[in-house]
Design a protein around this ligand. Structure first.
Ligand SMILES: [Zn+2]
Ligand SMILES: [Zn+2]
Length: 361
């Protein structure tokens, strides 16, 4: 049980207490709603692959008990005295980060995600020294800086994964000019059609890019073309198809977290093309130098986004009607969903119904 002095609010949630891969009901404390804080009744929380990694302690950094969840949406119930931008009843969300130093060059540019002292929404250590607990819970206390407004046009369930999957692909797409006039009509390849990939396809199409899905699974072709309106599909295991696409793409977003070589993917890029890695394979990726130097190509990485950018993404999703394709999960089925997530058996994101109209909390 949390012992930090200002942690006085009792919350019900779900936590993993060991490496069994399962969560169980868990009662814990959250901090009082401070002057800069906003308290949220959690309605929905997306289930990200990262949750599974923390539940299983795949990266060896889990602090049990861990309450996962960093794709949180809900409604404001209380605001602190320094908060003028949010009021009770507002529809809001919290993503991967919940705190940062607010004082460094990154924070000054609203790149809080790159602050040395960034606090993750769960399994992080907050300013007061307490361990953070995520959104698999009925209530959340957020600092106003780390809160996102959800446009009225977006449903709170299908908008939840935008707070992680959405911003993770949006941030590099914006940074590399894919979403402005430099990007229109240009060609984007999306490697992997999962939670991240399907949103990247939606952004690409919404902003006038020509989108090619690159996958190892032939079954994804119909899905990519018919449901996500991708322009092209390439089976990455088929040499002929890959060769036919050589030097055709301006950008590639690689969302695959399984070990793979970047060589064949780099060959798809035009001269000066850019490849962005947004997933995190646990082994180093293979990066052969020939396709890199013969095409003057760039490989870069990106990790979620800053708060200003996250709000901007959410507003654009509101304008364009972009949401994630989700499967709603009741809280008595979380462990089934975690097991299916481990098998990649989801289209494309599970979202927990925690306090929504049909919730079973
Ligand atoms: Zn995530
Ligand atoms: Zn900072």
């Amino acid at each position: 049980m949390e012992v930090t002095p200002n942690h006085t609010q009792t919350v019900s949630g779900w936590a993993a207490t060991d490496e069994s891969g399962k969560v169980a009901p868990f009662i814990f404390k959250r901090r009082e709603n401070g002057v800069d804080d906003v308290t949220i009744k959690v309605e929905y929380c997306g289930m990200c692959h990262t949750d599974l990694h923390f539940v299983n302690n795949d990266w060896g950094i889990t602090m049990y008990p861990v309450v996962p969840g960093h794709e949180i949406t809900g409604v404001v119930t209380k605001v602190g005295t320094n908060v003028s931008t949010f009021k009770a009843g507002d529809r809001v969300g919290v993503g991967c980060i919940s705190g940062s130093c607010l004082d460094c060059e990154h924070c000054a540019r609203s790149e809080e995600n790159y602050c040395d002292k960034v606090t993750l929404t769960y399994n992080g250590v907050f300013w007061d020294g307490s361990v953070t607990y995520g959104g698999y819970s009925g209530m959340f206390v957020a600092n106003k800086r780390f809160l996102v407004r959800i446009p009225d046009s977006l449903p709170l369930d299908a908008a939840a994964p935008l707070l992680c999957a959405g911003i993770t692909v949006y941030s590099p797409m914006k940074q590399h000019g894919m979403l402005d006039q430099r990007g229109a009509g240009r060609r984007l390849g999306v490697v992997g059609l999962g939670g991240l990939g399907h949103v990247a396809v939606k952004f690409g199409k919404a902003f006038g890019l020509r989108v090619t899905v690159i996958s190892t699974s032939p079954a994804k072709e119909r899905e990519a073309r018919e449901n996500l309106m991708a322009d092209d599909f390439v089976l990455s295991t088929d040499q002929k198809q890959m060769q036919a696409m050589a030097r055709s793409l301006d950008y590639v977003i690689d969302t695959v977290s399984a070990s793979h070589s970047l060589g064949p993917i780099l060959e798809l890029l035009k001269v000066n093309g850019k490849l962005v890695l947004v997933a995190a394979p646990d082994k180093p990726v293979e990066l052969p130098s020939f396709p890199l130097i013969f095409g003057k190509r760039t490989v870069s990485g990106s990790m979620t986004g800053g708060m200003k950018e996250t709000q901007e993404m959410m507003d654009l999703c509101g304008e364009h009607g972009i949401t994630c394709d989700i499967e709603l999960v009741f809280t008595d089925r979380i462990n089934d969903a975690l097991a299916r997530l481990a098998r990649n058996d989801v289209r494309y994101r599970f979202v927990l119904d925690i306090g929504g109209s049909n919730a079973r909390l």
